[in-house]
Design a protein around this ligand. Structure first.
Ligand SMILES: NC(=O)c1ccc[n+]([C@@H]2O[C@H](COP(=O)([O-])OP(=O)(O)OC[C@H]3O[C@@H](n4cnc5c(N)ncnc54)[C@H](OP(=O)(O)O)[C@@H]3O)[C@@H](O)[C@H]2O)c1
Length: 312
């Protein structure tokens, strides 16, 4: 219950904590929340330190719920494990482990010091920082493959500009507004001259806009050309601070990403149209790709199907 509250609190930091994850914490004593906190900005106190500070003496013997285990290293702030021990809490419940090899292991440190610890392993807690977790652990951006498809799996309908409806297209602009980078292959650049900007939505900042391929870019197309091997380009982007990448196709580039196991999440906007002709999404893979946590959602007249290749 209080982990849910900690998850809510974490969301208050969304958009300001970069490059850090969002984290929330709640201190509970005798069934009552006596302190709350969330991480707001890199260099500023972590969620659990704020929550423990708010609880004061009431933290002694209480339970600390935190969305990610307290860090165990000196970063821009001292280790949170020290603050937890100093506060004298009896138990710590963490929604997720810290995948950062330098900062992880906080629960173990606390356990060795005699604090009761529980790793709740909450999918919601991991998903809350899905991009950051992949960026930290795999040293590449979290890759979301998005495609618009007809019912018979076509990625384009001859003679038609769009496959999906207006609401799906709006959703794509929202996705762009919340990702660090958007990418297509040169085939799509040559066919569609896409801008890849987030338009008609509140975008605090525009994503970086990339074209994978040898080029050259057609005149007037303002995308960054990335001509290296996919894995190398992703590693380079991660070094440049890109935590999330929205891959907007087309089918050739999507197939290569899937073959190289570089897709983390798939979003398929499926339109209620049987096109009968047009290029198909029919990737040739070495083995079937199984999606987990597969869900569907109605978006206007379309269905949005989503699932994870790699759970965060
Ligand atoms: N329905 C949708 O969601 C959707 C989305 C996007 C596009 N489309 C449609 O798809 C069609 C274009 O399809 P497409 O398959 O030609 O486009 P694409 O997948 O966007 O582009 C293919 C190009 O990507 C480049 N590339 C770079 N690295 C690659 C790698 N490792 N493996 C494979 N390709 C790599 C190559 O460009 P170089 O030749 O320069 O090396 C290749 O020719 C258009 O009709 C477009 O409208 C549909």
């Amino acid at each position: 219950m209080s982990l849910e509250r900690a998850l809510e609190l974490a969301e208050r930091g969304r958009g300001t904590t970069r490059p850090n994850p969002v984290v929330g914490a709640a201190v509970v004593r005798n069934g009552e929340i006596v302190g709350e906190g969330w991480h707001e900005r890199k260099g500023e106190p972590h969620a659990e330190v704020i929550a423990l500070g708010a609880a004061g003496e009431r933290a002694r013997g209480a339970t600390l719920f935190v969305t990610m285990e307290p860090c165990a290293h000196h970063g821009t702030t001292p280790p949170c494990t020290e603050a937890v021990l100093a506060a004298g809490v009896a138990k710590v419940v963490a929604g997720s482990l810290d995948p950062n090899p330098e900062a992880g292991g906080g629960l173990e440190v606390l356990c060795r010091a005699g604090v009761e610890v529980e790793h709740a392993d909450s999918f919601a807690a991991r998903a809350q920082n899905e991009a950051w977790r992949t960026w930290v652990a795999a040293k590449r951006p979290f890759v979301v493959l998005k495609l618009g498809l007809t019912l018979d799996g076509r990625v384009a309908i001859p003679g038609s500009r769009w496959i999906t409806g207006e609401q799906s297209r709006r959703r794509v602009h929202e996705l762009r507004a919340h990702t660090d980078a958007v990418a297509v292959g040169m085939g799509t650049v040559r066919a569609d001259h896409p801008q890849l900007t987030a338009r008609g939505v509140d975008a605090v900042k525009q994503p970086r806009r990339l074209a994978f391929g040898r080029g050259p870019l057609p005149l007037g197309v303002r995308l960054e050309l990335r001509s290296g091997a996919l894995a190398d380009e992703l590693a380079a982007l991660a070094e440049e601070g890109v935590q999330s990448l929205l891959l907007e196709g087309g089918p050739t580039l999507a197939e290569s990403f899937l073959r190289e196991d570089l897709v983390d999440k798939v979003l398929l906007f499926v339109a209620p149209t049987i096109a009968s002709s047009g290029p198909p999404f029919a990737p040739e893979l070495v083995a079937p790709v199984q999606l987990r946590r597969f869900t569907s959602e109605q978006v206007g007249d379309d269905l949005l199907l989503s699932g994870y290749v790699h759970e965060p």
